[in-house]
Write a new protein. Structure first.
Length: 574
């Protein structure tokens, strides 16, 4: 039994009313297109039933939409990266011009409301449709896709060849991983992102910055603490690069108004995977995206590779071997505090100990340690995590950061009741850390009886061993002004080196090393805290007991030829 022909509406009805096609044929075309899930406009053009220009004219008059001639369009003003190829071809739609939050969109089917809804959702823009002849629109889409592909390919070509063979997703067997790949036409974007990630890993970068601006787009790596521009892809592909990174890190690709956080896990080789912590930030010209490379191997370097002086390492190991007390690591953001904490946890991580950490965020995964992610949105704070830990029979507790009095009081109570506590604070020096706790409102007695060791640190760039060169004829005035004469080293044995630069390094530097001051809370320091001593008095007493300041530690590495005097001044001089 034949199905009844559908009722005419929209464009087919208008075509019948204008006498361009008979009603029965129109109904049959609508039924066929519905069955095959194809466009009525495309069917009419493909079967040469109506000329493309005439069809656009009819649609314009019938639906009150502007009729636009693409031959007169200025393609330099077209937002080329706003929609990917699959969306443009699926809906036969082409972005022509963006002004603020409004987008002029070329279409050949005036009744395609689904296209308007989807593109409005994807772009977050108000859509202003214009009608274009079907054949013109097809050529325009081909031109746009070609331009986008060339821009990415040129950026790839400027970077040289990189082997991408081992780069893949660690969770490729997970069912959800099928969502991580974009459509085939976005292959240039996928290749470009993969190339950036692998190049950053090969260079030993710690961060990757994807930055959109009004007239250009740039990618920068932070290597050895300094940012370096690596690539400038065309600004038109900024939305596609952002979408790819957000899909990989499982963010909401439709949300562009607020910052988002995500994570990418990539397999580098069969035995090694790296995590990337991803953050987006809405800026004036698009979303800036920063990836922090989290290499768990950095936490397994061992204490000998971190740069501690022998007496500093001995003090750290002694504090780690205590069954209770608090070890605090302090310094500015990016000074290596996390690596120091994880190095200590790695030493403590045995089957006999129950270790729990509260972090925001969890940067490095370590087997055998119970790691907890803080979530302030659900009011799961450091203080709440600490309370929970104390009911879990802990031996060692690590708190990512002591930010307030409540967290400090719980951590100190744990340190006083048979637990070893490790944490961080943001202060400039080890002595200042003690007064910082006092200023937060922690009673002096609790500070004096709970804190056992404080480590203040910085990261300095290592001189490249292959190209560094010694300075000749260093004036005695320089030795005195810089404090090198206080190290107790004979004048003729002091040799300073400066960076040169070669193929093996970046501007004469390769890698970084820690600069530390390690303050033991001795009975004399304890007495001083109880008496209300300030940080200067604490530092003076510690120096009498052999304390080595950050400046002195840096100068020791200068005369050892590990870092330059300029680098020592950069990280330790106020």
């Amino acid at each position: 039994m034949n199905q009844p022909l559908p009722t005419l509406r929209g464009l087919p009805k208008r075509l019948v009313q204008d006498g361009l096609i008979d009603e029965v044929t129109a109904r049959e075309i609508v039924a066929t297109c519905a069955q095959k899930k194809t466009s009525v406009v495309g069917y009419l053009i493909d079967h040469k039933l109506i000329a493309p220009g005439l069809l656009a004219h009819v649609g314009s008059n019938g639906f009150g939409l502007p009729h636009y001639d693409l031959e007169a369009h200025d393609w330099e003003r077209a937002p080329k990266g706003l929609l990917n190829e699959s969306v443009m071809r699926k809906h036969h739609a082409l972005p022509l011009l963006q002004k603020g939050s409004r987008l002029m969109l070329a279409m050949s089917d005036p009744t395609n409301q689904h296209a308007l809804t989807e593109i409005r959702f994807q772009t977050g823009l108000t859509i202003e449709p214009v009608l274009v002849a079907h054949d013109q629109l097809a050529e325009g889409i081909d031109q746009m896709v070609s331009a986008q592909g060339r821009g990415i390919d040129e950026a790839l070509g400027s970077m040289g060849e990189i082997d991408l063979g081992d780069l893949g997703n660690q969770e490729e067997e997970d069912e959800q991983d099928s969502d991580l790949e974009l459509d085939p036409e976005d292959a240039p974007v996928v290749r470009y992102i993969n190339k950036m990630l692998l190049e950053a890993i090969k260079k030993g970068a710690s961060d990757i910055h994807f930055e959109p601006y009004e007239k250009y787009y740039r990618v920068r790596f932070r290597t050895d603490g300094a940012l370096e521009e690596i690539s400038r892809p065309p600004p038109s592909v900024a939305p596609r690069l952002a979408a790819r990174l957000k899909v990989m890190s499982r963010m909401d690709i439709s949300e562009r108004r607020v910052p988002q956080d995500g994570r990418i896990k990539l397999r580098i080789t069969r035995g090694k995977a790296l995590d990337f912590r991803v953050n987006t930030l809405p800026t004036l010209f698009g979303e800036k995206i920063v990836l922090r490379i989290l290499d768990s191997a950095q936490a397994k370097l061992g204490i000998d590779a971190l740069g501690y002086e022998e007496e500093q390492k001995a003090a750290f190991m002694e504090a780690l071997n205590q069954s209770q007390g608090m070890i605090l690591v302090t310094g500015p953001t990016g000074s290596g505090k996390t690596v120091s904490l994880y190095t200590g946890l790695g030493i403590l991580n045995t089957a006999e100990r129950n270790i729990s950490t509260a972090e925001d965020p969890v940067e490095i995964n370590m087997e055998g340690i119970n790691q907890v992610q803080i979530n302030t949105r659900t009011k799961f704070t450091f203080a709440e995590a600490l309370r929970a830990f104390l009911r879990q029979d802990p031996d060692v507790i690590m708190v990512g950061e002591i930010r307030d009095l409540e967290t400090a009081e719980i951590a100190i109570k744990a340190a006083q009741t048979g637990h070893l506590v490790l944490s961080t604070l943001h202060t400039n020096s080890a002595p200042e850390t003690l007064t910082r706790l006092l200023n937060m409102g922690v009673p002096a007695f609790n500070v004096a009886t709970s804190v056992s060791l404080i480590i203040a640190q910085r990261l300095a760039r290592r001189l490249c061993a292959k190209c560094k060169q010694p300075y000749q004829d260093i004036p005695d005035r320089i030795l005195v002004e810089e404090g090198l004469d206080t190290l107790g080293i004979p004048r003729d044995e002091i040799k300073l080196f400066h960076p040169v630069g070669c193929k093996q390094c970046t501007n004469g530097y390769k890698g970084r090393i820690g600069i530390y001051e390690v303050l033991k809370v001795t009975p004399a320091i304890t007495q001083l805290i109880l008496q209300g001593g300030n940080s200067l008095q604490i530092a003076e007493k510690a120096t009498e007991e052999g304390f080595c300041s950050l400046r002195q530690s840096a100068l020791r590495k200068v005369v050892s030829g590990i870092i330059s005097l300029e680098e020592a001044n950069r990280v330790t001089k106020d």
